[in-house]
Write a protein that binds this ligand. Structure first.
Ligand SMILES: [Zn+2]
Ligand SMILES: [Zn+2]
Length: 90
């Protein structure tokens, strides 16, 4: 299931049914899964031969993958706030 949300590529709302979630960045993007209907594609879907599984990628991540030529899945870095250490100099 895909929730309605702004497409990470073009910013327009991607309605459920014509959108997918990128496996790299986890953001929704337009993906027309039916060939018999006109739809927007802001990414691609392909078969990962290593895992024999469908992979979804938004155009932004695809572009980045082309630059490095190494389509490694990106791991989202957790947002870490400023750490507050209290040094105990006793
Ligand atoms: Zn889009
Ligand atoms: Zn992505």
């Amino acid at each position: 299931m895909v929730e309605d949300g702004p497409c990470t590529v073009c910013g327009e709302v991607a309605p459920a049914g014509s959108a997918s979630v990128c496996h790299s960045c986890g953001e929704p993007f337009h993906l027309n899964e039916r060939n018999d209907t006109e739809g927007k594609d802001c990414g691609a879907v392909w078969i990962d031969e290593q895992y024999q599984a469908l992979r979804f990628g938004c155009q932004r991540c695809l572009d980045q993958g082309q630059q490095t030529q190494k389509p490694e899945p990106r791991v989202r870095e957790p947002r870490v706030g400023p750490r507050r250490y209290r040094r105990r100099d006793v």
